[in-house]
Structure formats: C-alpha cells, structure tokens
Write a protein that binds this ligand. Structure first.
Ligand code: URP
Ligand code: ZN
Ligand code: ZN
Length: 472
C-alpha cells in the first residue's frame, strides 16, 4: 500500500446512532483519524475531497446476494464482476454471496472455486456463505472446518424438496448443535414445504386454473407457510440453542413470532429485503408478472406496513437485496408459461439504498442512522465483519460512501448498471445520489463514474464476535 493520504472534509458523518460534522483522515486503506471540521492541515494530504453538503456513510454491506448461482435450470444474472459493478453504484463495498455446491459435493471445494473466480472479477470485497443440503457426518465436520476458515455463516432451506435442497428437522437440529459449538450462525429459508406442495396441487387443480396467472405463485405460497416454518425453527432452537438468522422474512405475523422468541432470550435474528417493503403481490397481476416471481412471494400492503414498523422498532435488523435475478429469456423459456416453473429471484443489488432512503428516510419512516444500521453496521456485526467494516471509526477499513441528498432521480432498467433489462422498481422516483464510493481507501466510483477495477476486491475471512451485538 502506498503512502498517499486523503482528507475528506466538510461532510456529515453518519453512524448507526448519530450524525456529526467530522473530517476523515484516510491512509493505507484505513481511517487513520477523525477530527472536528477544519482541524487537519490540508497541505499535509495527497488529496483533499470536499464533501460539503454531503452525508458520509460507512460502505454498505449486502449480506444476501446470489452471484453465479445455478437454480431451477437457470443461473443468476450477476457474476462477481457484473454484480460488484452494480453493487458499487449502489454504495456497497462488501457483499456476502452463497456458494452453491450440488448434493454430495464438498462445500469447501465449492467455496474455493468461487473464490478463485471472485479474485479475478470482483471490484469490491466479498465473503461467502455455505449452503447446506444435508447434515451427514462428513458435512458436519466440513462445516466445523469452514467456520474456522472464515466462513461462519451458512444457509439451509425448509423447502425446495423438488430441487433436493430441503433439510429435514432432524438435520436442522444437528446443524444447530454444530452452530452453537463453533460460534457460528445458521441462516434459514423458512417456508413449510408440505403447505407449499399442498397448495400447489390445490391451485393447479382449480377448475378455473390458468397457468399464466402469475398471482397463483403468491396463492400457492401463503404467508401461513412462512409463519409455520419460522415457528418450527424456533421450536427446534429451544432444543438446541444456537444463533439463527431468518432470511428474507416477508410476513406481518412473522414479526410477532420472532419478537416473542427474542423476548424469551433466544438468539434469533432476521432480515427483510427491499422488495418486501415496497412492492406487493399486485405486481404479479399482468402480463409481465412472471418477472416478480421470488420466494417467499411478494405479499400485501399490510405486510409492507408491518415490516416498516419492524425495521424501526425491531425485530428486523438488516435489509438485504437477495439479488438473484435470472435472465428474462430463461424466465420465459424454462417457465413454459407455468408460474411454478419460472426460476425464482429478482435483481436488486443496485437500488437497495436509493429505495430505502427515498421510501424510508424521506418519507419519515426511519432515520438515516437507522438506515446505516440496517445496511452496514448490523450486517457487519452479525456476519463477523465488525470492527473491520460497518463503521467509520479509527482503524476501520476506509469503505466510504459519499451521498448527496440534494438530487432527484428515477429508477429505470434503461439507466441502471445491473446486468438485466428488468428492474422491480421501474419508474420509482428517488431522492439523493451516491456520488463517490471508496473501498479500502481507493475510489471505485468517483463523481458517479466507475473507476474500480476487477480483481481489486478481497476475500474477507469472517469471525463472529457476538459481544458487539446489543444482545448476545
Ligand atoms: O426467490 C429467491 N429468493 N431466490 C433466491 C434464492 C433464495 O431462496 O434466497
Ligand atoms: Zn432463500
Ligand atoms: Zn436468497
């Protein structure tokens, strides 16, 4: 690392708890010092960046993306290059993506292969979660190795039996045991497979059934399936107490179920995703409804409202993108006009902050420090990136977003930088603009222009320290 130094002056630094006028001294990829406005001598620096009128945020972290990920016969749109470019434009300086080994394959080998690709492609830092498909002896000992090599989080599914992804309760209990013993965190996709299968059959056999009524996707995956699955995980946690993170929660009722579990002391955490806050199942009505197929499905306005309350008051601690868009052509070809055959998942890595700022902060639903908590500090603490990332304190990586709150925009697939012709948030008006982004002290976006290079990003080996959390 060379010795150049950077002063970011005149801006308002926002943390997860407050906003203050602070100048930042950046050197060797880190925050070397903070000072009151004007306290550093400009002459001393290689570069001075005038951030007057700007908010300065810690680099955003998206802990739930699927890069290069095969699913339902297709593959996600973003690889580490296209995905990290879109991420950078969205102020994200670290992603955690999933490795997707097949049944019987080694999780570690798969992660190593993924890292080899990411090393060449990624413009930003990354971590990897494993995906666990069984809990055989071999898998369990592999998980222990994995955790101790810097991959302390892994996901399992309570559904997708048809794609060989579902993990049975008995295996979840074994996973919880390993998780507790190794200071890790189990991520769970909660939808009860039996309810989904039952409803799918019911919907398919209805006399007025029309396969291309995409709203059938939401009908066949009701909120009850998600609620029951979350409640079941909580029951299992009572047998084997271990940290659990419920991914992509989408229902109003789940907020109460999870809060009750927190109230009795269980180490349960949850996220929602941008789309569950601002879109409803009505998007599935209409010809291009297939583009909005994701699981769990988009819900109702009451669910949006409950989730907004929960990002402010808890239990939600993170908003991720669950970026998992698949090519439109695959949605059409593999879907064969059948709602249940369309590969699931939507793109959303780039507009996450723009949507949350505009719909959350500008509309008075959450304040900016809370948004920083949801998109940077909390994911850093929960997923073992803190104190290296997730804040702008002295010693932290100089992952920095310079955000101009005084501009207006509109989201469109024709102008975004995601590798797709579709945006779930098409036409949404936005306030504010990410002007510049630094990852470990280097500009990757400067005044709206991409200057980062593939291969700059680094693998971050993570270690969870729950003493950073408000509850452990
Ligand atoms: O529909 C979704 N969410 N696709 C991505 C895979 C997952 O379950 O997160
Ligand atoms: Zn999932
Ligand atoms: Zn996902």
């Amino acid at each position: 690392m060379d010795n150049k130094s950077l002063l970011i002056r005149g801006g308002t630094v926002v943390s997860d708890s407050c906003a203050s006028q602070i100048d930042l001294y950046v050197q060797s990829g880190r925050i070397l010092a903070q000072g009151s406005p004007g306290s550093f001598d400009r002459e001393h620096f290689t570069e001075v960046y005038d951030a007057s009128g700007m908010f300065i945020l810690p680099g955003l972290i998206d802990p739930h993306v699927h890069f290069d990920s095969p699913f339902m016969g297709s593959k996600t749109l973003h690889d580490f290059q296209t995905g990290s470019i879109a991420a950078a434009y969205g102020g994200i300086t670290t992603v955690i993506s999933f490795s997707t080994q097949g049944k019987g394959e080694s999780i570690i080998e798969n992660i190593e292969n993924t890292n080899r690709i990411a090393e060449k492609q990624s413009l930003i830092d990354w971590g990897i979660h494993g995906i666990v498909l069984d809990a055989k002896e071999d898998t369990l000992s592999e998980i222990e190795n994995l955790i101790n090599s810097g991959y302390p989080t892994y996901k399992c599914f309570t559904t997708y039996r048809h794609s060989d992804r579902m993990v049975e309760d008995v295996d979840i209990l074994s996973l919880l045991k390993v998780t507790a013993r190794n200071n890790a965190m189990l991520m769970v996709h909660c939808e009860n497979d039996a309810i989904l299968e039952h409803n799918l059959k019911k919907v398919l056999s209805e006399s007025n059934f029309e396969s291309n009524l995409w709203i059938n996707h939401a009908k066949s995956r009701p909120a009850s399936a998600e609620n029951v699955a979350i409640a079941r995980i909580i029951d299992l946690m009572k047998e084997e107490v271990a940290p659990v993170y419920i991914v992509h929660t989408s229902t109003r009722e789940s907020m109460g179920i999870i809060q009750d579990a927190i109230n009795i002391g269980l180490p349960i955490h949850c996220e929602t995703c941008t789309h569950y806050l601002v879109l409803t199942e009505d998007q599935l009505i209409g010809e291009n409804g297939y583009q909005f197929i994701c699981s769990p499905p988009l819900r109702k306005k009451e669910d949006n409202d409950a989730l907004w309350l929960a990002v402010t008051n808890g239990p939600l601690e993170v908003v991720s993108s669950d970026d998992a868009g698949v090519p439109t052509v695959d949605r059409i070809k593999l879907g064969e006009g059948r709602f249940d055959k369309v590969p699931n998942g939507m793109p959303g890595i780039e507009p996450r902050f723009a949507v949350l700022y505009s719909q959350g902060v500008v509309k008075g639903r959450i304040n900016l420090p809370r948004l920083v908590a949801l998109t940077s500090t909390n994911p850093a603490k929960l997923f073992g990136l803190f104190p290296q990332k997730g804040h702008l304190g002295v010693g932290a990586d100089a992952d920095i977003v310079i955000f101009d709150p005084n501009s207006e925009g509109r989201i469109s697939a024709s102008t975004h930088h995601m590798n797709t012709d579709f945006s779930p948030f098409e036409g949404m008006n936005t306030t504010g603009n990410i002007r510049s982004v630094l990852c470990r002290g280097e500009f990757i976006i400067r005044e709206g222009e991409l200057i980062g290079t593939p291969g700059y990003g680094k693998l971050i080996r993570r270690r969870i320290d729950r003493t950073w959390l408000k509850r452990n």
